[in-house]
Design a protein around this ligand. Structure first.
Ligand code: ZN
Length: 195
């Protein structure tokens, strides 16, 4: 996909009092934001228009320490219009995984069940991440349950970069989060999808 001019909403998972999965070094939200910021930077260099929800939240003056509600995130995405009236083309919701079993590891990507565009995006981004991240590839999964896949009108995927509850995954992540971001954008570039 040619990223030039594409409006890409970047949702950094959790935030505020909601840390997400508990890492050994940092909560999940910390890594989500690092990767999201780097994705934004790489997308800008590629000529895309990244739209960072975290900033929308602060602009709206609702940064009261609470995590933004998922339906509010989707509403902002759906109501966004660029200066030329264009809507969001696709949504990246950036997360990392966690599990009580600290052996659980690897990366996975989720899309909305039945969304062909979501499936294509998810597979491309999973492949792009796998090319940059030396860890187990758990696979591409679909569900109808996740709000950030269901509510946005544009095709949406959730990346679960690796497990912050796994020491080996987290050690890689703390040093290489830029690689994860590079993998996400590399994946978007190879997806054959007309939006
Ligand atoms: Zn999460």
């Amino acid at each position: 996909m040619n990223l030039h001019g594409k409006i890409i909403a970047i949702d950094s998972g959790h935030g505020g009092h909601d840390g997400g999965a508990p890492g050994r070094l940092h909560p999940e939200k910390f890594y989500n934001r690092l990767v999201a910021q780097e994705v934004r930077y790489i997308l800008l260099k590629a000529g895309a228009w990244p739209y960072t929800l975290r900033w929308a939240k602060e602009t709206c003056g609702i940064d009261n320490g609470q995590a933004m509600r998922l339906r509010d995130r989707a509403k902002i995405i759906n109501e966004f219009r660029a200066g030329n009236g264009a809507r969001v083309d696709l949504v990246l919701s950036i997360h990392h995984n966690g599990h009580d079993d600290r052996m659980a590891n690897g990366l996975e990507v989720w899309h909305y069940t039945g969304s062909e565009a979501g499936r294509a995006l998810g597979q491309g981004v999973l492949d792009g991440m796998a090319s940059k991240m030396p860890m187990r590839v758990r696979g591409l999964f679909s569900t109808k349950r996740f709000a950030m896949l269901k509510l946005p009108e544009a095709p949406s995927i959730i990346t679960e970069g690796c497990f912050v509850t796994n020491a080996s995954d987290e050690n890689w992540l703390i040093n290489n989060w830029r690689m994860e971001a590079a993998g996400i954008v590399a994946g978007l570039k190879v997806v054959e999808l007309e939006l």
